[in-house]
Design a protein around this ligand. Structure first.
Ligand code: FAD
Length: 288
């Protein structure tokens, strides 16, 4: 079916960037009660495609629709495409129901990326909330594979509850590294829990970095990103060195339809990653 769709779209004169390529599900891992990580490989034996940390794909559940989903895998292993999807509506629920061997459509890679090259020589602080850890994971893979190029690296991650926490085995592995500082927190926990309880921004003053030479990468719910930016600024990180990844509903994802307009930018093609200094004037306005 996927191949027929592809042929029809090409025959109709649609550009390649609007035509989904068929990918087959190789593996599904349940992260939480509503979030799944899918490993995909090209269904037609083609090569995978290279991507940069922070980019996303449009995933097409046949007969249901498309949704923008960040690539959450390792940029050095592009043959397997990895996505972590939280089931919130029709498309994401359909994607989360896919099983090994099922096929879905993929358009991408789309959008820009985290400034991991520009951050060489700096300390890097990663601030993630909820599913926001998914688009940041490829950036962390990059930093860890090129560890000697960076100063201190810290990951602070907040989830609503322990049950909502993504990538638990990997978080434990990262926590065991001596040259990476990892702190996690949950918004609420049973009284018997002895870990951090509270919003993720409370962890920022508790990790080590030199604010005068720090690049911060932030992704999570918008309200969390607002408070994270405020805390980073109060620690002395310059707005020019704070990067956030924005979400809006999308349709074409290639800068044509205007669904994801954000001030004068389109999130799909000018983002999703934005330098906070550039979007500061309209970031605080909810309606934009
Ligand atoms: C660049 C980008 C990267 C993303 N990466 C991921 C990812 O890695 N994993 C993941 O699970 N999700 C990600 N999302 C969000 C995902 O695209 C939406 O959850 C999805 O489009 C919802 O589609 P649906 O048909 O399942 O739900 P719908 O029926 O469209 O909506 C269900 C509910 O979710 C809300 N909603 C829909 N789209 C969005 C959105 N983009 N932002 C906030 N709320 C929304 C709606 O208001 C509604 O309340 C990303 C979004 C963008 C723009």
């Amino acid at each position: 079916m996927a191949f027929a769709l592809e042929k029809q779209a090409v025959a109709a004169g649609l550009s390649d960037s609007m035509v989904p390529s068929p990918f087959r599900v190789q593996r599904v891992r349940k992260e939480t009660y509503d979030t799944f990580t899918l490993e995909l490989e090209p269904a037609n034996g083609a090569d995978g495609f290279p991507f940069a940390a922070g980019q996303f794909n449009m995933l097409y559940a046949f007969g249901v629709g498309e949704a923008p989903i960040s690539i959450s895998g390792d940029p050095t292993k592009p043959q397997t495409l990895v996505h972590t999807v939280r089931a919130v509506g029709a498309v994401t629920q359909a994607i989360c129901k896919l099983k090994r061997g099922d096929v879905l459509g993929v358009r991408g890679p789309l959008g820009n990326h985290w400034p991991v090259e520009e951050a060489v020589g700096s300390d890097v602080v990663i601030v993630a909330g909820g599913i926001g850890l998914a688009p940041l994971r490829p950036a962390l893979y990059h930093l860890l594979s090129n560890r000697e190029e960076y100063g201190r690296i810290a990951l602070v991650y907040g989830a609503r509850t322990l049950q909502d926490m993504l990538y638990k085995p990997e978080l434990e592995r990262w926590r065991s590294l001596f040259d990476l500082e990892v702190k996690v927190t949950v918004d609420t926990a049973p009284a018997s829990y002895r870990g951090n309880v509270g919003v993720v921004t409370t962890l920022i003053p508790r990790v080590q970095f030199d604010p005068s030479q720090t690049v911060a990468l932030v992704c999570g719910p918008e309200v969390m990103m607002r408070f994270a930016v405020r805390e980073l600024e109060s620690q002395g990180v310059e707005p020019e060195n704070i990067f956030i990844s924005m979400e809006r509903n999308m349709k074409c994802a290639i800068g044509l339809c205007g669904h994801c307009q954000f001030g004068s930018a389109f999130i799909c093609k000018d983002g999703p990653v934005f330098c906070y200094a550039e979007i500061e004037p309209f970031f605080a306005k909810r309606e934009i």
